[in-house]
Ligand binder design. Structure first.
Ligand SMILES: Cc1cc2nc3c(=O)[nH]c(=O)nc-3n(C[C@H](O)[C@H](O)[C@H](O)COP(=O)(O)O)c2cc1C
Length: 183
C-alpha cells in the first residue's frame, strides 16, 4: 500500500457535503492516509511549495480529491498544481521527484451521469475531460490510475430521506472504491 497522500482541493470544505462525507468515510477505511486540506492550510492561496513538495516526495500514492467545477478542478486545486508541480521537481531532465508514484483523481459532479454523454446536456463524457489530468500525470512520470468519480452528488433537500439515502450510499461506494484503489 505504501504512503497515501490525499490532497483535498475543495475551496470551501466546510460547505462541502459530498467531498467532506467521502473523505470522512475514506479516513475510517484507510486511517493511515495523510489528508491535506488545502482550504484550511492555505485560505489565502499562499501555498507553502517546499512543504507540499516534501509531502509529495514522501508519498507512494497521490489522490487529488475535489468537486468538479467548470469541467475541471477548482481554482485552489489548480493553484496547488501550478505552484507545486514545478520544473526541476515534477518534470524536466532533473525533475524526477514524482516518477513512479500512482496518481488517482477522485471527484464528484453535480450533473447526473446521464448528462455526461453525447446525447446528454453536457455533450461530453467524463473521460473526455480527463486528458488535462492524464497529460500532467504523463509529464510528471506518475502512474495514472482509473479516475474515481460519482455523478449527481448534490443534496438539494437533506430532509428528503429517500434522496439522502441514495446520496450517502453513493458516498460510501465512492469511499470504498477509493480505498480499494489505494490498497
Ligand atoms: C462554481 C461551481 C462550478 C461547478 N461546475 C460543475 C461542472 O462543471 N459540472 C458538474 O457536473 N457540476 C458542477 N458543479 C456542481 C459541483 O460539482 C457539485 O456541487 C459538487 O460536486 C458537490 O460536492 P460538494 O458537496 O463536496 O461541494 C459546480 C459547482 C460550483 C459551485
Amino acid at each position: 500500500m505504501g504512503k497515501i497522500l490525499v490532497i483535498s482541493g475543495h475551496p470551501d470544505y466546510k460547505k462541502s457535503i459530498a467531498n467532506r462525507a467521502i473523505i470522512n468515510e475514506f479516513r475510517s477505511l484507510v486511517p493511515d492516509a495523510e489528508i491535506v486540506y488545502l482550504d484550511s492550510e492555505y485560505p489565502d492561496f499562499n501555498i507553502d511549495v517546499k512543504r507540499e513538495q516534501k509531502r509529495l516526495a514522501q508519498a507512494d500514492t497521490v489522490v487529488l480529491e475535489f468537486p468538479f467545477w467548470w469541467y475541471s478542478a477548482p481554482s485552489l486545486m489548480r493553484r496547488y498544481l501550478e505552484q507545486v508541480m514545478t520544473y526541476g521537481f515534477a518534470f524536466g531532465p532533473t525533475g524526477k521527484a514524482l516518477t513512479g508514484k500512482r496518481l488517482i483523481v477522485s471527484f464528484t459532479t453535480g450533473a447526473a451521469a446521464e448528462a455526461y454523454s453525447p446525447q446528454g446536456y453536457q455533450h461530453y463524457t467524463i473521460e473526455q475531460f480527463m486528458p488535462q489530468f492524464r497529460a500532467l500525470s504523463n509529464l510528471c512520470g506518475l502512474e495514472w490510475q482509473e479516475p474515481i468519480y460519482s455523478c449527481g452528488m448534490t443534496l438539494a433537500n437533506p430532509d428528503d430521506k429517500e434522496a439522502a439515502n441514495v446520496f450517502y450510499n453513493k458516498v460510501a461506494d465512492h469511499a470504498r472504491r477509493l480505498a480499494d484503489a489505494v490498497g
